[in-house]
Write a protein that binds this ligand. Structure first.
Ligand SMILES: [Zn+2]
Length: 396
């Protein structure tokens, strides 16, 4: 296994840093936003599109690929890399997050930050309906066919070995923001046992990231950061419920990051533009999130601050808006992506309204290009000691 992480430059005024992750299948310059290929494709894009966009790597979802088409089939097809013919570093998650959250989270409309709180306290029932966890692993119901499955840390390591990623995640219990202290503590102890089991059962050809949990409880997060940092993982991920607001998430990072050594740090499932800046500033190296393509499918297209977004969200425009009906300008006049070089807002709006499949591809190309360019700008700014100026320019 080749896995190395080198810090190239530390920002002088914050914990931001640029670095290089080396794997057997290529390098990743950090900070980096890892495009998510849920079912071995970034939705609406193919591997050629990813290459053309200069994507350095991708992250595939263990839960989805285990259930469909099956990790053993993928192994026979050359792993995720061979299957999707994408010859770059590949991450997989552990499958735990989806096993816990799909169904349960969906039922309660809880997103990662838990901004949307369900009324009442039906958590236990809902949890047992969709996922049941004990010390051995998690029993869960497939979202595809309702069939019951079981996944243990050993299973997760085997599945991720079959999928053949370069960078894999330890199996953990991702608690909900609705869980109280006592439950979160119990789940954390389980996660820590599973972290050790993940190390024991992992494929030696793969680099394994341990996951820090602990919800939004400071002592649990500190405990988890110290424990995970003490084990021989190749990298460290921060997962789970990151509090009730963005401020809570920043606080959690401020607690845990100082306890970590120089291994690469991955933040699971975060991808808002302001969060990217805040989390890079706090020392995060890689992110993954479905946001760029998901919001593109819902008519939200990214726009750079100098190009003028909508008042509600300065980083986005709503392509559906009537104002775009006869607008011959590109989505963003300061964007040089293939979509903006060629097509007008009016054309994209039309394709969206008539539900043409082409819309999904060209809108996703723009949003992904935007995100990758932002990461490149952030890396350059750290190199030039201008990260805080760039952050100010974007967020103020
Ligand atoms: Zn563009």
């Amino acid at each position: 296994m080749t896995f190395e992480f080198k810090i190239i430059k530390n920002d002088l005024r914050s914990r931001a840093r640029t670095g290089l992750i080396k794997t057997s299948h290529g390098n990743i310059q950090t900070p980096y936003f890892v495009p998510v290929a849920t079912s071995a494709t970034v939705r609406a894009l193919d591997s050629q599109d990813l290459e053309d966009l200069g994507a350095q790597c991708t992250l595939a979802n263990t839960y989805h690929l285990h259930l469909r088409p099956g990790d053993k089939l993928i192994q026979r097809m050359g792993g995720v890399r061979g299957f999707m013919d994408f010859d770059k570093p590949i991450f997989t998650d552990s499958g735990g997050f989806q096993a816990f959250s799909l169904g349960y989270g969906r039922e309660h409309n809880i997103n990662k930050l838990g901004n949307i709180f369900p009324e009442g306290k039906k958590t236990k029932e809902a949890e047992e309906k969709f996922a049941f966890v004990d010390d051995d692993g998690v029993k869960f119901v497939s979202i595809y066919d309702g069939i019951k499955h079981f996944m243990s840390p050993k299973d997760s390591m085997e599945i991720q070995s079959n999928l053949g990623a370069d960078i894999i995640m330890a199996f953990d219990e991702c608690t909900s923001p609705l869980h109280d202290y006592d439950y979160t503590k119990k789940a954390l102890e389980r996660t820590h046992r599973w972290a050790k089991q993940s190390l024991e059962y992992k494929d030696p050809k793969q680099a394994l990231y341990g996951i820090i949990q602990g919800g939004w409880f400071k002592d649990l997060r500190l405990l988890s950061a110290e424990f995970i940092n003490s084990l021989s993982f190749e990298g460290i991920a921060i997962g789970g419920s990151l509090g009730k607001s963005k401020k809570d998430m920043h606080k959690i990072l401020d607690w845990v990051i100082p306890l970590l050594d120089k291994r690469p740090r991955h933040l699971l499932g975060i991808g808002d533009i302001d969060d990217i800046f805040e989390c890079v500033e706090r020392g995060i190296d890689t992110f993954d999130c479905v946001q760029p393509t998901r919001i593109a499918r819902r008519a939200s297209l990214y726009i750079r601050p100098e190009s003028g977004g909508c008042p509600k969200n300065k980083f986005r425009i709503n392509i559906k808006a009537a104002a775009n009906k006869e607008d011959q300008n590109p989505i963003d006049q300061n964007c040089d992506c293939p979509t903006c070089r060629r097509y007008s807002r009016a054309y994209l709006r039309h394709l969206y309204i008539v539900n043409e499949l082409t819309y999904f591809r060209i809108a996703s190309i723009h949003n992904m290009h935007y995100m990758l360019r932002l990461m490149s700008d952030i890396r350059k700014s750290i190199m030039n000691n201008t990260f805080s100026e760039l952050k100010k320019k974007w967020l103020d």
